[in-house]
Design a protein around this ligand. Sequence first.
Ligand SMILES: [Zn+2]
Ligand SMILES: [Zn+2]
Length: 284
Amino acid sequence: MNMDRTTRSLLFGTGGIPKRTPPLRSTVDGIGRIAEVGLECMEVEFVQGVKMSPATASQVREAAQKAGVRLTAHGPYAINLNSADPVKVQESKERILQTARRGKECGAESIVFHAGFYGDAGPKEAHRMIKVALAEIMEELRKEKLSLSVRTELTGKVTDYGSLEEVLRIASEIPGVAPCLDFAHLHARTGRFNTYAELTSVLDIVETELGRVALDSLHAHVSGIEYAKHGEKKHLPLQESDFHYVELLRAFKDRSVKGFIICESPDEVKEDDALLLQRSFQSL
Ligand SMILES: [Zn+2]
Ligand SMILES: [Zn+2]
């Protein structure tokens, strides 16, 4: 966990470059847009692969420092640490390492990724496989002296590894690993966790399992979401969804949570929804 920059409160920003970023939607321009509208952080999305050059990464780092925008990074979707094919596991590990290396060059303070799928092996074996691979990744990062927090995301589909219990368990088992709590995914996956009582209970479970430090350096994703029996269908604008985001923000406030709140609403409303979250939180 990166402890040299403490966070005094909740920081709000977008997952990826804000929509209305002129003119070419580069990451550097996105950082400018974040600062211009009064947001505080951005998650650099390497979701289609880590294609950013080291030269661009250092420009991103400089731009973020200059603008006072804090960064995190999201790894590629093509990751499955529980693949039955050892080559795919190896490629997945490499993609996570690339995310960490390039992310660090950008000045990102943590990386998040979806660890894998249950597949035929089932949840128990998936956890075992993912734990082994993740421990090896942490060992490599330690060797390379790359210190940033490594976060497995709470995922939206019941076929994906990453229930609330799983992301907390793996974080408690491997030093340096922490959860990325995607509250839209949690709601989609379970159909629950949409009331103040349920959402504060999540924060209390996090504190019980991982200690107060986990609430002092929380990383959350928030958006509206459409879901069915097997979980997530697609992300929605907050105000078109049934998600009670104000109740979530109230829970954050009452538990004095600190950290990054990344809005993952669809592109066209991404910065508007991030600002909606920020302003709603400030008005509590
Ligand atoms: Zn994600
Ligand atoms: Zn997410």
